[in-house]
Design a protein around this ligand. Sequence first.
Ligand code: DQA
Length: 155
Amino acid sequence: MCYRQAMALPLIAVLNGPNLNMLGLREPEIYSAQTLDDLEAYCAEAAESLDLAIDFRQTNGEGELISWVQECRGRAAGLIINPAGYTHTSVALMDALLAIDLPVIEVHLSNIHRRESFRRHSYASRAATGVICGLGFTGYRLALTALADIVEVEQ
Ligand code: DQA
């Protein structure tokens, strides 16, 4: 067993907000025909290749999402979050992201700047280290890659 395998892998939380459980059924022309399970498998494969562990979750509840963000403090090395509709509405989620003192990458499957004007504003972005949108599943892989680099520099 190599040294890298013997060490615990850095844990990245991958949190998904409301209606992302409907991927595959929901507006496939915007979000693709692939499902949340497909996204989880895609992220797991990308994480493995980057020597990261992931905790992948989805909830429709704002309070639950905020509790999961809070749990990351002291537990995870970084956070990838697609806050979905709460991106544009939730000051409370932004406050939670600011409170965890971790690198945060905000990801959106669609390009929120190309859609309705209300989607152009993100509360979450005020707390994000970086933001990726419009690249579908690839955005999650790029976010994992960015966090792998950030975590390595921080170690
Ligand atoms: C989304 C974009 C949001 O505006 C929308 O409310 C979502 C999904 C995306 O991944 O493109 O639910 O976050």
